[in-house]
Design a protein around this ligand. Structure first.
Ligand SMILES: Nc1nc2c(c(=O)[nH]1)N[C@H]1C(S)=C(S)[C@@H](COP(=O)(O)OP(=O)(O)OC[C@H]3O[C@@H](n4cnc5c(=O)[nH]c(N)nc54)[C@H](O)[C@@H]3O)O[C@H]1N2
Ligand SMILES: Nc1nc2c(c(=O)[nH]1)N[C@H]1C(S)=C(S)[C@@H](COP(=O)(O)OP(=O)(O)OC[C@H]3O[C@@H](n4cnc5c(=O)[nH]c(N)nc54)[C@H](O)[C@@H]3O)O[C@H]1N2
Ligand code: SF4
Ligand SMILES: [Mo]
Length: 868
């Protein structure tokens, strides 16, 4: 099956070129057929790629329809309508590039001269991570987006702590028992979907790998799983702690691994810090000699994991015992009350998982004898996107820790963001030794820590999140209450590139619109109209993926190597490459040298002097791409043009236990250090907001404390959740005719789904129109019922969440899902910056669709009175 070769099924004569998809942030290798007339008429998966193996998802094929989308931005545009608002026609007027650059360069320079912090940037192209660094060259550490934070606020720092990696995934090569908790991995979304779906399917066919999907909704992954476990939203941490309880209290854990490869035996004092000698070395307890010893004492006979001891007058216990104490309150029965998952199911899954993990087994791979642990707990956005996100992430990791399945064949394995950066730069993702035998923890996977400042330099308060991912949504909180946060400046300029914050950030649209209205100047680099760039003063139109150059690292987990994007046609409109636009703006603002310097650093070019960018020159997308390719394997662009990619299976030494000989952080003392360091800085600067800071969010081990969303008033008796799907990229690709065709004929994407019995108990039925009301906002939708939904859940597809914009192809839904979510401190993890992404809601039946939803481009258009 995997050897199937794509066939030339195009009738017209032409040629194939090799390239890389970017209809989502992943990077499937493609081949593109271009007719002799220069028309792109087919895109297929590139068969030589071991990653996606000649396969694509529906979005990949549909890139053609976006390329030829008549609504694409075709020239630079200037707004002529001074009135701005959602859905308000900017009355664009085409202008020349010279004029556009003059205006944007002048306005950005003015802002920078006044105060660079006045710039709110939203630059989100995942295949060109180096562009994310441009605001640093400008002098602004603001971040006006939710990218990386809505999905991975706690996820990325926790992967940094545990694996020194950006992400993580189960090892499909050996795993036999795959728990999928709130993530579409291998089925519909997350890490390299189209590739991973193929590998997961093969593992199931060839090895009978069992898949257990834990989700409030019968997702694609749930429907295809061996077992679907419906769970109450925002209670995944409690489910994982229930599993941990069983693994620990039934002695189903890998004691050898915990003693030898983790800090689980390290002794912790009552303040949560490790007990150290005067040199800072950490104590453990020798269970044989019954005395305290330093962690590296050569006479150590057996590391105690349990017990309470006294060392130098301090009462202490091993980190493992601390966790066991927490777990005493996490019996399956107790966790069942929170999660609604039956206690016997939690118990059974824990036992099955431990059995499948084959604790004590080994496998030889490339002359290394490695522990084999073919069972792993995988999770993502849905499971971790909650207030106590750092704790949630750690609880999922601990399920893997307990059976020894961290970075082992078959287990849960760290995935780096870009191997190029890891190897060359020695930066994020690098594995280096830390103190007392532990691996150095590396929570900063996207950019270096933003220094603390008071008054705060960043409107999203990044300096107050020493181990978090930029909480862009907090800009609403601070800009609406600037005195409370002592903001000593007001941003008035926005630069958007490949980002749609008016769609992607949580919080009230009304408030966001006020913030947008307050901008003196907005420029947007984009290819299509969206909810955010319709507020722009100037549009700088970019090439699309079929007419530009790029070089990007293949998405993890199982492969590595660079992927080339090359133009299939010359640009069909008067557009420019993003690289060129940023260079031209840098030149005009006077930061060209800083920008080249930063590019050298973030791309690792300084490692090979011949690749270094000169300070006073501009470079094309092609030149940057060529350098990145050379840095990886020394091959020039011609080689990549011929081969398309340098993708190979991931080297096992990078993939399995790259930290061998160091101990992993089972217990994360660094979180307490970060808390106390921040506390001390806030005290010293007398930051008033410190009294409202949720210091309790910083925990070295997870607890079962309920997330605030669970404590909303009882009248909000259901949970609204949102989700991605294989054919849609956020809500974005729903303007594409091929995608629309498969999306808007599927009740999952034309109506919100609730459980059949719940509907009956509320006197609701399929076809009814409801207002979905949270304590923070509301949306309107048509209902459909299904047994594949947890009884308390309302499922809102991203395809229903677009709001009125200047793109005739976008079908609007009944409002922005993110209006239902709070953008406040109470619902943001003070440790990681993660916002809550589910909302408590109540359903209010309406007698008919509001008139605006009967408009021609609404999902519901023409559906008045229609029943599904
Ligand atoms: N096809 C496709 N692939 C993508 C993307 C895309 O838009 N489309 N986006 C990319 C990006 S940036 C990201 S961050 C990843 C995201 O990848 P995922 O994490 O897989 O994406 P989501 O669909 O947001 O969330 C996963 C699931 O969580 C469920 N869910 C919601 N709330 C809860 C909850 O409280 N508990 C549990 N257990 N489940 C819950 C939803 O039903 C959903 O099916 O995907 C990446 N890949
Ligand atoms: N309700 C809800 N909100 C969410 C999510 C959700 O699932 N539901 N997911 C969250 C997550 S995980 C993330 S990461 C964010 C994502 O949020 P965004 O990054 O804003 O999402 P996208 O829609 O992928 O991209 C934004 C815009 O990029 C433009 N674009 C596309 N291709 C190109 C290109 O080649 N060049 C340029 N210059 N522009 C291009 C398109 O106009 C698109 O509207 O949203 C978050 N917010
Ligand atoms: S998963 Fe689909 S859209 Fe994303 S890169 Fe692969 S083929 Fe393209
Ligand atoms: Mo994301």
């Amino acid at each position: 099956m995997s050897n199937r070769q794509p066939e030339q099924n195009s009738l017209k004569p032409g040629k194939w070129i090799k390239s890389t998809c970017k209809m989502c942030l992943h990077s499937c290798n493609t081949r593109v057929h271009i007719t002799d007339e220069g028309i792109i008429n087919k895109i297929e998966g590139e068969p030589s790629s071991p990653s996606n193996n000649g396969r694509l998802c529906p979005k990949g094929n549909a890139a053609i329809m976006r390329h030829y989308d008549p609504t694409r931005f075709k020239t630079p545009l200037r707004r002529t309508n001074p009135n701005k608002g959602p859905g308000v026609d900017p009355k664009w007027e085409p202008i020349s590039w010279d004029e556009a650059y003059d205006i944007v360069g002048r306005e950005l320079k003015r802002t920078r001269d006044e105060d660079p912090r006045k710039l709110l940037p939203a630059i989100n192209n995942f295949q060109k991570l180096f562009l994310w660094a441009w605001p640093a060259a400008f002098g602004s550490a603001n971040f006006f987006s939710s990218v990386g934070n809505f999905c991975g606020g706690g996820y990325h720092p926790m992967n940094g702590f545990v694996h020194s990696a950006f992400a993580a995934a189960n090892d499909v090569n050996y795993c036999n028992y795959w728990i999928n908790n709130g993530g579409g991995d291998g089925f519909s979304s997350h890490l390299h979907t189209a590739a991973q779906a193929n590998h997961v399917a093969k593992a199931r066919i060839e090895r009978n790998m069992r898949v257990v999907t834990v989700e409030p909704r019968l997702s694609i992954g749930g429907a295809k799983a061996n077992e679907w476990v419906p769970i109450r939203p925002a209670t995944d941490r409690q489910f994982a702690l229930g599993l941990c309880h069983v693994l620990v209290y039934e002695n189903l854990y890998d004691a050898k691994f915990l003693k030898k490869d983790t800090n689980a035996p390290y002794l912790v004092g009552p303040d949560g810090y490790f007990v150290r000698n005067e040199n800072g070395d950490i104590y453990v307890w020798d269970a044989k000699d019954n005395c305290a010893k330093l962690w590296n004492d050569p006479t150590l006979k057996d590391f105690a994991l349990e017990g309470v001891y006294e060392v130098n007058g301090v009462t202490c216990r091993p980190a493992f015992q601390r966790f066991k104490d927490i777990l005493a309150e996490c019996t399956p029965e107790q966790m069942s009350k929170v999660t609604t998952v039956p206690a016997e199911t939690i118990r059974r899954i824990a036992r099955e998982f431990a059995k499948a993990a084959q604790i004590g087994s080994f496998i030889e791979i490339e002359d290394r004898i490695l522990p084999l642990r073919p069972a792993a707990y995988n999770y993502y956005r849905g499971a971790q996107g909650h207030k106590y996100s750092a704790m949630a992430n750690q609880s999922f990791k601990l399920v893997n820790f307990l059976v020894g399945a961290i970075d082992t064949p078959g287990g849960h394995v760290g995935a780096t963001l870009d191997d190029q950066m890891v190897e060359i730069r020695g930066g994020c993702g690098a594995i280096t030794p830390g103190e007392s035998g532990m691996m150095h923890a590396n929570p900063h996977q996207l950019h270096p820590e933003v220094p603390f400042s008071f008054p705060p330099n960043e409107v999203h308060l990044m300096g107050y999140f020493p181990i978090g991912v930029d909480p862009g949504h907090l800009a609403q909180e601070t800009l609406m209450n600037p005195e409370k946060y002592n903001l000593d400046y007001r941003p008035d300029t926005m630069l958007l590139c490949h980002s749609n914050p008016m769609w992607n950030i949580s919080g009230s649209r009304k408030e966001w619109y006020k913030i947008m209205s307050g901008m003196r100047f907005i420029a947007a680099i984009d290819i299509l109209p969206n909810e955010s760039n319709e507020w722009a003063d100037i549009i700088l139109p970019a090439h699309d993926l079929l007419e530009s150059w790029n070089m990007t690292m293949i998405e993890p987990p199982h492969h590595e190597g660079m992927c080339l994007r090359q133009p299939a046609t010359p640009p069909i409109y008067d557009t420019r490459a993003e690289e060129e636009i940023f260079y031209e703006l840098s030149k005009r603002i006077g930061i060209l040298d800083i920008w080249n310097n930063i590019l050298n650093y973030v791309n690792g070019f300084h490692q090979k002097p011949e690749l270094l960018l000169e300070a006073d020159r501009t470079y094309t997308d092609r030149e940057i791409a060529e350098r990145k390719g050379k840095l990886w394997n020394g091959k020039d662009l011609d080689w990549y043009i011929e081969h398309g990619h340098a993708v190979t299976p991931r080297r096992p030494d990078k993939w399995y236990r790259p930290w061998d000989g160091m101990r992993l952080h089972f217990y994360i003392e660094d979180i307490l250090k970060a808390r106390d360091d921040l506390k001390q800085k806030m005290e010293a600067a007398d930051v008033p907001i410190r009294h409202q800071w949720s210091w309790g969010d910083y925990q070295p081990l997870p607890t079962p404390v309920p997330d605030p969303v669970l404590l909303e008033p009882a009248e909000y008796d259901m949970f609204a959740i949102t989700f991605k799907d294989i054919q849609i990229n956020f809500g974005e690709s729903t303007s594409n005719p091929w995608i629309k065709d498969i999306t808007y004929n599927d009740p999952v994407h034309t109506s919100v789904l609730i459980n059949t019995a719940t509907a009956a108990s509320k006197g609701l039925q399929t076809g009814d129109v409801v207002r979905i009301q949270s304590p923070y906002g509301s949306i309107v939708a048509r209902l459909a019922t299904s047994q594949g939904v947890h009884p308390e859940t309302v499922c809102v597809s991203n395809a229903l969440t677009r709001v009125a914009i200047q793109h005739s192809g976008v079908r609007v839904g009944g409002g922005s899902f993110n209006d239902l979510l709070p953008a406040n401190l109470e619902n943001t993890d003070a440790c990681s910056g993660q916002p809550e992404t589910v909302a408590k809601v109540k359903l209010i039946k309406l007698t008919e669709l509001p008139p605006e939803l009967l408009a021609a481009n609404s999902v519901y258009a023409g559906e008045k009175g229609r029943m599904h």
